[in-house]
Design a protein around this ligand. Sequence first.
Ligand code: CMP
Length: 142
Amino acid sequence: MSEQTGNLTFGIIKPDAVCGGKTGAIIQRVTDGGFKVRGMKLIHMTLQEAEGFYAVHRERPFFPELTTFMSSGPCVVLTLEKDGAVKAWRDLMGATDPAKADEGTIRKEFGGSLGENAVHGSDSEENAAIEISYFFSRLEIV
Ligand code: CMP
């Protein structure tokens, strides 16, 4: 991408939330939170694509469970814009474990468990740029 990516982050609405009919409600939370949707599409990852995306976690014991789940159904992938987008999206998502997430966060409302926690978000600007480019071509970012 030729533009500054510091105000962009990457998000996924995970298969539990998509299959549970929560996509619309989560997108509403995104726009109510002041994010501009710059890229959005429905995808269904193969196991290999999920393993590539989560390669940083490949030594973790939960890696097979994580990648099997993420390739089990459709996801919505998002490129989101806001000042301080990485932190703002992580704040709106809430803690990784929905049981520990604050009231008002997406994971508190829509997440079911540590593994099936409704949404993903990048943890740094550097990883946001990598994750956006894993799923989106330049033409798909508007
Ligand atoms: P995510 O933000 O997508 O990044 C990595 C994911 O691994 C994380 O959300 C969790 O859903 C998942 N995860 C983290 N720890 C565990 C665990 N102990 N068991 C299963 N999944 C986990």
